[in-house]
Design a protein around this ligand. Structure first.
Ligand code: ZN
Length: 228
């Protein structure tokens, strides 16, 4: 059920799902795909599928609990967090977009110049062909990038809508008694698994859940603040 949703928190690559035995589902596990290909490049991040499911389900239940009990509070807190995050993302994207657009029009001018040079005989045909191919390619790449930046900016600007949509989905799934693949896909975008921490003598392993539409939800903080 988690296939394609689980990533290594260190190298950000997918965790590879491995089923050990047909009858012993409890032993199925995930392992960092980078580690699997080359043990020196990343540590294993080994986690059993059942453990992962328990942790994710526990977190989702907490989110459901906060949203159903304190919806207005949840909305206000998340709105504020999302606004700060998206203002930052929008600012960075707009800056990059302006750079890309500037270079796109610069390339237009450069193209005219090499064309004139070529016509006037200052630039031979071969050189002209090579330069115009390069300019055209660079411009095409920049246009693709600019388009995806614009989409991302629009997405960020729809943040209030996204939050409402997320709250709606939580309500829809609020009576679940166990995690279903459908609910998981509807609520969760990605799960990042940390390497296990054995410093306390006990094996501890944290997972970070990126929810669909809203990203990370600091549910412990929200619960604590509400109860304070
Ligand atoms: Zn890794």
């Amino acid at each position: 059920m988690f296939s394609g949703l689980v990533f290594c928190n260190d190298c950000k690559q997918k965790l590879y799902y491995s089923t050990t035995s047909y009858f012993e589902k409890r032993q199925d596990f995930f392992i960092c795909s980078t580690h699997r290909a080359n043990k020196d490049k990343c540590s294993g991040h080994y986690i059993r599928a059942v453990v992962l499911e328990q942790q994710v389900w526990k977190h989702i239940q907490e989110v459901i609990s906060v949203v159903t009990r304190y919806e207005a509070y949840f909305r206000a807190e998340m709105e504020q967090r999302l606004r700060v995050q998206s203002e930052e993302t929008i600012r960075i994207h707009k800056k990059r977009l302006a750079q890309a657009e500037k270079r796109i029009s610069e390339l237009d001018r450069l193209f005219i110049r090499i064309y004139e040079d070529n016509v006037a005989g200052r630039l031979d045909d071969e050189k002209f062909a090579m330069m115009s191919t390069n300019y055209t390619q660079e411009q095409a790449d920049l246009k693709t990038e600019a388009k995806s930046l614009q989409q991302e900016i629009q997405e960020q600007e729809r943040q209030a809508e996204n939050l409402e949509q997320f709250i709606y989905r939580v309500h829809k799934n609020s009576t679940l008694t166990e995690l279903t693949p459908y609910a998981l896909r509807e609520l969760v975008k990605a799960v990042y698994v940390e390497a296990p921490d054995k410093s306390s003598g006990k094996r501890k392993q944290r997972v970070h859940i990126e929810y669909d539409l809203v990203g990370y939800i600091p549910v412990d903080e929200l619960i604590k603040a509400e109860q304070a």
